[in-house]
Design a protein around this ligand. Structure first.
Ligand code: FE2
Ligand code: FE2
Length: 184
């Protein structure tokens, strides 16, 4: 897990973008992918609003409007995403609505990284950025995203368990292996 809030938020953004790319592919399981986007994005945005945005505003009061816009964007994106999850992806107008939400979300991520997160990189201490990262990871149940444990196959986790000498590993399911490897 990154020990810097800025690195952690950007890692979650990359994971969201990876899922959006997949959702836009021909023949994708749109609802399953948008559900994954929603599961990742909602706790991410809530954590930003509860303690990341307030810290940014504290360090740089000139970003207050940007923070307000960012919060409004979260709520609009979430509202459209919730509607998309309740509709049939083959219904007329769905693709356009999905494209609109995806465009707004990509733009939100870009602005957050360009305008807001640099305030923390420049003004928060390394210790505070590490504290915020731990709090953010806990709030979002983050285990690492693409390439991290979240996406490791059972075989990869089994190999790690073997290296660590985890007892009973042969009988473990993927989730049990992940917990055992995380704990070791
Ligand atoms: Fe955000
Ligand atoms: Fe974000």
């Amino acid at each position: 897990m990154p020990d810097d809030i800025v690195v952690l938020i950007k890692a979650q953004h990359r994971e969201v973008e990876r899922l959006l790319d997949q959702a836009e592919e021909e023949g994708a399981d749109t609802l399953a992918l948008l559900r994954q986007v929603s599961d990742l994005l909602i706790p991410h945005s809530e954590a930003e609003e509860s303690f990341v945005y307030p810290a940014i505003k504290r360090y740089d009061s000139s970003e207050a409007d940007e923070v307000k816009d960012g919060t409004a964007e979260h709520h609009h994106i979430e509202a459209v995403l919730t509607e998309l999850l309740a509709e049939d992806p083959d219904s007329p107008g769905y693709d356009g609505k999905q494209a609109g939400m995806v465009g707004e979300l990509r733009h939100h991520i870009e602005e957050e990284e360009q305008d807001l997160l640099p305030v923390l990189s420049e003004k928060a201490s390394a210790e505070e950025r590490a504290d915020m990262a731990a709090r953010f990871a806990a709030a979002t149940s983050w285990t690492g995203g693409a390439g991290g444990d979240g996406d490791a196959t059972r075989d990869e986790l089994y190999e790690r368990a073997k290296e660590q000498g985890v007892p009973g590993r042969s009988d473990m399911a993927k989730d049990e292996l992940r917990d055992a490897v995380d704990e070791a």
